[in-house]
Design a protein around this ligand. Structure first.
Ligand code: AMP
Ligand code: ZN
Length: 484
């Protein structure tokens, strides 16, 4: 597969050629662990997952990193307010982040470094910047002099001509219009504040340093791909470039920059500060399942804004059921042993799909994925395939070889989707069990009518433990199925 990516740096779609295909180096800005991730954040984590799965499907070997920001202005404020240490404050949120990844079937990356474990690496970058005359001191803190870095503004394509010389910013986040020198090392302002003792004084590093330092620590070189949400392009990524290329001018910091667009709610960016956010748990508590959330969030192109709505979650469920039911339908007519392969064997999968009519859909699917991760187009290829499969099943047009190849095709699709079940459904269910399930459903409907949602949830859970999944619609539970 030949990949093309839209590179923010050049504002062009380019062929992706990593410096070493046996170790593609990818870094993604990760969560700030001061609360549950909202599903806007989760969209950006799912984007990293799709990128990973796509490159693996293309045969690349990956060495990926996502950082955990466990120290910043907000975290310090909240830890002080709660009377706990920064570590105590961030631990449960870090755990919750990993739980969310797991439940969304997001693949684990090779590294998840924490900011607080990389302070020495940050200090050493500041040392290099001082040597090169790019840093200066003011009131005990250190700042980056952006006028001395001629490439400043090139990544985010901003005009720096109106830049105020010597104007400074201490805050971690600020607006695009406000181009100023940013802080490298903040001296401690109050006694209780988390601080480190170093040759730069007692204080803590500015947030932008974190990613540059971790990339240095893990790869000791530049990287092939850097990703993040579009909100991070300025100032954060622009500052990362200034830091890394300022400290190591002999190397290119990042080959390809990929930025994921925002998730919106009612046309506005979903964000914690606006209060218009849902966490994954909020949505699960409403009775939706993780698969439909995953489907919804990956189904739009990563460079398009995506307007979140509960109605679209319902549509996602239907779309997903159409895929899964087609797969079950094939499995129910095919009495054949096939082995489930993983993405490292994707060449093997491809080889097994020989029938031209079937293969063409897989080719279209892969071409769409390789073309700047065009998932909407890839999904269109899957649904064309599903239509073809079903019409052939209706007319008994497929032989066992065809059906087996279709299962392999679904396996290729699922390397990216991460949503399908390949276990054969149990066809029979005991009449007693059936009555019991239906009684439980009636009990749950009553509980919901009485607003006893805890009971309703516990019944759902109990049935799920028995392998029964309830299918809710807006009028309540109307059906159920054996969970795969
Ligand atoms: P944070 O936890 O705020 O540091 O953000 C983690 C990641 O989520 C970053 O890559 C952000 O750019 C991204 N992000 C934040 N809000 C949204 C949103 N509404 N839609 C998509 N990505 C977002
Ligand atoms: Zn970053």
């Amino acid at each position: 597969m030949i990949f093309k990516f839209y590179n923010t740096k050049t504002a062009k779609k380019e062929e992706f050629i990593p410096s070493n295909p046996n170790e593609v180096k990818i870094y993604s800005c990760g969560p700030t662990v001061y609360n549950f991730a909202h599903i806007g954040n989760i969209r950006s984590f799912l984007f990293v997952d799709v990128l990973r799965r796509a490159l693996k499907l293309g045969g690349f070997h990956l060495n990926q990193t996502m950082n955990i920001t466990d120290i910043d202005d907000k975290i310090i404020r909240e830890a002080i307010a709660g009377g706990v240490s920064v570590e105590e404050f961030t631990k449960p949120w870090t755990d919750a982040f990993f739980e969310d990844l797991k439940s969304l079937n997001i693949q684990s990356l090779e590294h998840y470094p924490k900011a607080t474990e990389s302070i020495g690496d940050m200090i050493s970058i500041v040392g290099k910047l001082k040597e090169k005359g790019l840093a200066y001191e003011k009131d005990g803190s250190l700042y980056y002099s952006i006028q001395k870095f001629s490439k400043y503004g090139k990544l985010s394509h901003i005009d720096v001509s109106g830049m105020k010389s010597g104007a400074r910013y201490d805050a971690d986040e600020y607006e695009k219009e406000d181009v100023r020198d940013f802080v490298l090392w903040k001296n401690r302002k109050t006694e209780g504040e988390k601080a480190w003792e170093s040759e730069l004084g007692i204080g803590r590093p500015g947030w932008h340093l974190e990613c540059s330092a971790m990339i240095r620590k893990i790869y000791n070189s530049g990287i092939d791909i850097h990703t993040g949400g579009i909100d991070l392009l300025f100032p954060h990524h622009e500052n990362e470039v200034a830091l890394s290329e300022g400290a190591f001018p002999e190397e290119t910091f990042v080959g390809t920059w990929l930025h994921c667009e925002h998730l919106l709610v009612d046309g506005e960016k979903m964000s914690k500060s606006k209060g218009n956010f849902y966490t994954l748990r909020d949505i699960l508590a409403k009775g939706y399942d993780v698969k439909q959330i995953r489907y919804h969030l990956i189904s739009a192109h990563y460079r398009s804004k995506l307007n979140f709505s509960l109605k679209k979650l319902d549509e996602s469920k239907q779309a997903l059921e159409r895929l899964q039911n087609t797969l079950f339908r094939i499995m129910s007519v095919l009495d054949f042993n096939w082995d489930k392969l993983d993405s490292s064997q994707s060449d093997l999968l491809r080889e097994r799909i020989k029938t031209e009519r079937i293969r063409s859909f897989v080719i279209d699917f892969e071409a769409a994925v390789a073309d700047d991760l065009n998932i909407p187009k890839a999904l269109a290829a899957i649904f064309d395939f599903v239509r073809e499969v079903n019409s052939g099943l209706d007319s008994n047009a497929w032989d066992n070889n065809n059906l087996t190849e279709m299962i392999y095709s679904f396996q290729v699709f699922d390397q990216i989707l991460g949503l399908l079940s390949f276990e054969k459904p149990l066809e029979t269910i005991d009449a007693n069990d059936k009555t019991n399930i239906e009684e439980k459903i009636a009990e749950r409907i009553m509980a919901k009518q009485n607003k006893d949602f805890a009971k309703a949830d516990s019944i759902r859970k109990e049935l799920l433990e028995q392998g029964i999944q309830l299918l809710d619609n807006k009028d309540g539970t109307t059906s159920w199925k054996r969970n795969q």
